[in-house]
Design a protein around this ligand. Structure first.
Ligand SMILES: Nc1ncnc2c1ncn2[C@@H]1O[C@H](COP(=O)(O)OP(=O)(O)O)[C@@H](O)[C@H]1O
Ligand SMILES: [Mg+2]
Length: 239
């Protein structure tokens, strides 16, 4: 069943048409990938779903209900969260403070917040170990884990992840992708944006390839054929 359903989504920045009327569907409990070269419109798509950029659509429904009229905070409350490109943690706050900020919408329920925090420490032992350390002092891979844990603090039902592998060493990327699989096994739904085709093809259940604001091809990795459609979309951007 599709947890997220999008019909005819467009994002414009003044005269720049970044996303041109795309349809997209995310099945519950799966890892869905959006691939494409730099400037294809991937970030604009997930930013629109988060409500972070102005957008038009015939329909954006989450669990069968329209979320078009909701702002970012309301969408997070509904269970839609995003880890933005460049894993922006708050460098001058401690690991714990970063996590608590991620859970601020749960603040009304202190017990729930504590339980969720403990879950994060269990899932990311390094964060428990570095609990009081400033986020700025963490390595890139640890900051990525903190960004993921912070997003999970809002207890999302769908996690959107913009270029998780960006700027990380291959070994760390492997750890992050293992984690994506673990999150899926725990029942989460993931929508992952990637420019680097690499490892995402090993974990994605379904792939959309974007170029020039449009979806150029889609299917399972097997259907697409790792090389054909995907490579073509990267080279020159013409179908
Ligand atoms: N804030 C913005 N203002 C103007 N143009 C933008 C802005 N953000 C993105 N763009 C343009 O929109 C297009 C799609 O960008 P983006 O969604 O960031 O693509 P991707 O994430 O695939 O690299 C690009 O042409 C980019 O230059
Ligand atoms: Mg981007």
């Amino acid at each position: 069943m599709a947890i997220l359903n999008i019909k005819n989504l467009s994002v414009n920045y003044g005269p720049v048409a970044a996303v041109k009327g795309i349809d997209l569907s995310v099945a519950q409990g799966k890892i869905i990938a959006i691939l494409g070269a730099n400037g294809a419109g991937k970030s604009s798509t997930v930013n629109a779903i988060s409500g972070l950029v102005a957008h038009h659509a015939d329909r954006i429904s989450f669990k069968e209900k329209s979320i078009l009229a909701l702002g970012t905070e309301q969408r997070i409350k509904q269970g839609i969260t995003m880890i933005p490109e460049g894993r922006r943690v708050f460098p001058s706050l401690s690991v714990k403070e970063n996590l608590l900020l991620g859970g601020y919408l749960l603040k009304s329920n202190k017990a729930e917040l504590e339980t969720t925090l403990e879950k994060m420490y269990a899932l990311f032992p390094i964060l428990a170990e570095r609990n009081t350390q400033l986020a700025a002092t963490l390595s890139g891979g640890q900051q990525q884990q903190l960004a993921i844990a912070r997003a999970l603090m809002s207890r999302p039902e769908i996690i959107m992840f913009d270029e998780p592998s960006l700027g990380l060493a291959p070994k760390i990327v492997e750890t992050i992708f293992d984690l994506l699989v673990k999150l899926k096994e725990d029942g989460n739904t993931l929508l992952v944006v990637e420019q680097n085709v690499g490892m995402i093809l090993d974990v994605a259940d379904y792939v959309y390839v974007m170029a020039n604001g449009e979806i150029r091809s889609q299917g399972t990795v097997d259907e697409l054929g790792e090389t054909e459609a995907i490579k073509r979309a990267y080279l020159g951007g013409k179908p």
